[in-house]
Design a protein around this ligand. Structure first.
Ligand SMILES: [Zn+2]
Length: 169
């Protein structure tokens, strides 16, 4: 049993970042069906998803209901700890300052994201909240995972919104 369990665990841990980003993209699709900006996130611990979130500030009437925040909240409940030391967060778009702060509070081990956010990204793009020199907690970051698909989803959402605006009287 122990050997079998170990094999499964090693197999799960060998799954690639692209595999988990597919799950985050699934959450982004869910946001799209709610009429929200399509961003999705999952938290992974020991080869298993412990938290999921899709962006939903409009439908939830909650300015903090970003995909990452919802995924972190669910992960905290699942793990039974507000610190998520051995957890990795996958999100389709570069986190904003609020989410970068939450990632630091949660002590996330690795952040893996897809598309850059030139307007609000707080990892590399606009601000550097995550891994700020004044903060103790350092997060390993990998960007650009399935970036084209993550970006395409967001861009087509805004293109559609603009064309709807053009057609309005
Ligand atoms: Zn955010």
């Amino acid at each position: 049993m122990l050997i079998a369990g170990r094999c499964i665990s090693l197999f799960a841990m060998s799954l690639s970042d692209e595999f988990w980003m597919e799950e985050a993209l699934r959450e982004a699709q869910r946001a799209l069906t709610l009429g929200e900006v399509p961003v999705g996130a999952v938290v992974v611990r020991e080869g298993r998803i412990v938290g999921r979130g899709c962006n939903r500030p409009l439908s939830a009437n909650d300015p903090t209901a970003h995909a990452e925040i919802l995924a972190l909240r669910e992960a905290g409940t699942t793990v039974g700890n507000y610190r998520l030391l051995d957890c990795d967060l996958y999100v389709t778009v570069e986190p904003c300052p609020m989410c970068a702060g939450a990632i630091t509070h949660a002590r996330i081990r690795r952040l893996i994201y897809g598309a850059e956010d030139a307007k609000a990204g707080a990892v590399h793009s606009t601000l550097q909240v995550l891994n700020h020199p004044k903060l103790n907690h350092k997060v390993e970051v990998r960007s650009g995972v399935l970036a084209a698909r993550c970006m395409h989803l967001v861009q087509s959402f805004f293109r559609e919104r603009r064309s709807e605006g053009d057609n309005s009287p």
